[in-house]
Write a protein of this length. Structure first.
Length: 142
């Protein structure tokens, strides 16, 4: 099941140009950034490796894996600042990957807009109802 489970990542596989839009929030000042990234299968197609670098020097690696016992995906993320985090993920449908970050109230989605564009949004519960955007990354296929 694990190898077949990784097929759902098909729309993310490949190399991407990244455009960061960072609104002012409790986490950061407003800003922008850019970078490059890639998603690729590793270790006999059992895992997906996400790697990226930004123009301002940020660098990170993340690994997605299928957890058969949980019947969900797990994600481990590490960045060159020394920060690291884990998440539990699942596909809402064939074009939306939803993630819940552990030890935080952050939620994140990767939404396929078309074969060459994906939008990542990270949100946090607002003081009012709903969620507040804290990060948006536009991924455009290279």
């Amino acid at each position: 099941m694990q190898k077949d489970a990784m097929k759902k990542f098909g729309f993310l596989l490949g190399s991407w140009n990244l455009e960061y839009r960072i609104p002012k929030s409790i986490f950061s000042a407003a800003g922008t950034d850019s970078g490059t990234g890639s998603f690729r299968k590793i270790l006999n197609d059992k895992y997906i490796l996400f790697e990226y670098v930004t123009a301002t020097g940020g660098e990170a690696k993340g690994i997605f894996a299928w957890d058969d016992k949980l019947q969900a995906y797990r994600y481990w993320w590490f960045e060159n600042s020394g920060s690291f985090q884990t998440a539990t993920c699942n596909f809402i449908n064939d074009e939306i990957l939803a993630m819940n970050w552990h030890d935080t109230l952050l939620v994140q989605t990767f939404v396929k807009e078309n074969k060459d564009k994906v939008v990542l949004k990270m949100q946090y519960p607002g003081e009012q109802e709903g969620y507040v955007l804290v990060l948006e990354v536009i991924l455009k296929r290279k």
